[in-house]
Design a protein. Structure first.
Length: 340
């Protein structure tokens, strides 16, 4: 199992770090064959058996506290607020922190009005796990790909497996892909190569791509502009941290912009000002859970139910009610990912 670089110890720094987790299952290839048979489109036949994962976030292991919910399916909070419907467009439900309580995590999300969750692959194994989860839970859809921080670990045949997984009917997107200059494990040229591969796969499969960008905005935009020469882009910037000019150019090329819990941080006025510039028909919400918990749970483990706090913040920024913002972002996510 690959060693994982330690996160910074403070909440201020670690809360901003992007996910670098990996999924481990007993004989994962054998498990996947049991789940899907010889082809990736076969029906699930056996329950998923998970073993411990590796997580590089100590905060992600902290218990969640301070949140109360009504009965499953109500979509109402205890204060009697109106029912809403939200989609968490980016989470990592194969993370070890969810391993023993995935049913409870999904129930709490349902109680909070989250009707769909898109779980994101970071390696071949976690992409396989995402499909397994999507087959077991109707509210979950999968995105498959290789995170830029794992591109240096790709083994012969891994990319061909991603190509195969991308055709699975429960897969709604490609990624997460992109560039990350914060961590130095994966050479930038290797990351660039796989970024371009994901973009081409997105076009070939007719499924949107999901971009991770950390301290690599100029390089990411260079590759996006390059691909834009082949036609409008079908993708989204996840956990967006760029400026308004970058967001506007992404939108001009056809992309959407997704915000995570960082937009709720008390001192993050600059990000909220960027969020204010995003047209409502290009706006998405996400958790990136178990990472990037919103202000109300900062330093705790994040989970899909908390996407509501990001939505509330964006609603205030745009001068809308939560119900109006939820309706807009849910319609956007449904259209982009082709969700039923």
């Amino acid at each position: 199992m690959v060693a994982i670089k330690e996160f910074a110890s403070s909440h201020e720094s670690s809360a901003l770090l992007s996910p670098r987790h990996c999924f481990a299952a007993k004989s994962i290839s054998t498990l996947f064959r049991h789940q899907f048979g010889s082809g990736t489109n076969a029906a699930v036949r056996q329950p998923l058996v998970l073993l411990p994962f590796i997580s590089d976030s100590r905060e992600a292991l902290s218990p969640v506290t301070g949140c109360e919910w009504l009965s499953p399916g109500s979509g109402l909070t205890r204060n009697g607020s109106m029912s809403i419907q939200l989609i968490d467009t980016h989470c990592h439900l194969d993370s070890e922190t969810f391993q023993r309580e995935i049913d409870d995590v999904i129930r709490r999300a349902n109680d909070a009005g989250i009707v769909k969750m898109v779980t994101i692959g970071t390696t071949v194994e976690s992409s396989q796990a995402a499909i397994v989860l999507s087959n077991q839970h109707a509210a979950i859809s999968a995105v498959v790909g290789i995170h830029p921080n794992y591109t240096h670990e790709v083994k012969p045949g891994d990319w061909e497996k991603i190509l195969d997984l991308a055709q699975h009917p429960r897969v709604v997107g490609i990624g997460e892909t992109g560039l990350d200059k914060y961590w130095d494990d994966s050479p930038l040229e290797v990351q660039r190569d796989y970024f371009r591969r994901h973009l081409q796969l997105s076009r070939n499969a007719g499924k949107p791509f999901v971009v991770h960008c950390r301290e690599a905005e100029p390089e990411v935009m260079e590759i996006l502009r390059e691909d834009f020469e082949n036609g409008p882009l079908n993708g989204l910037m996840h956990a967006f941290c760029g400026d308004a000019e970058m967001a506007a150019e992404c939108i001009e090329m056809g992309m959407s912009i997704s915000f995570a819990g960082m937009v709720t941080f008390r001192k993050n006025d600059a990000m909220r000002e960027v969020a204010r510039t995003i047209p409502l028909d290009r706006l998405l919400v996400e958790t990136d859970s178990p990472y990037l918990a919103p202000q109300a749970f900062r330093g705790k483990r994040n989970e899909p139910a908390y996407v509501k706090f990001t939505a509330e913040c964006l609603a205030e920024v745009h001068g809308l009610s939560l119900e109006e913002l939820a309706a807009r972002t849910t319609a956007n996510a449904t259209q982009i990912f082709g969700l039923a």
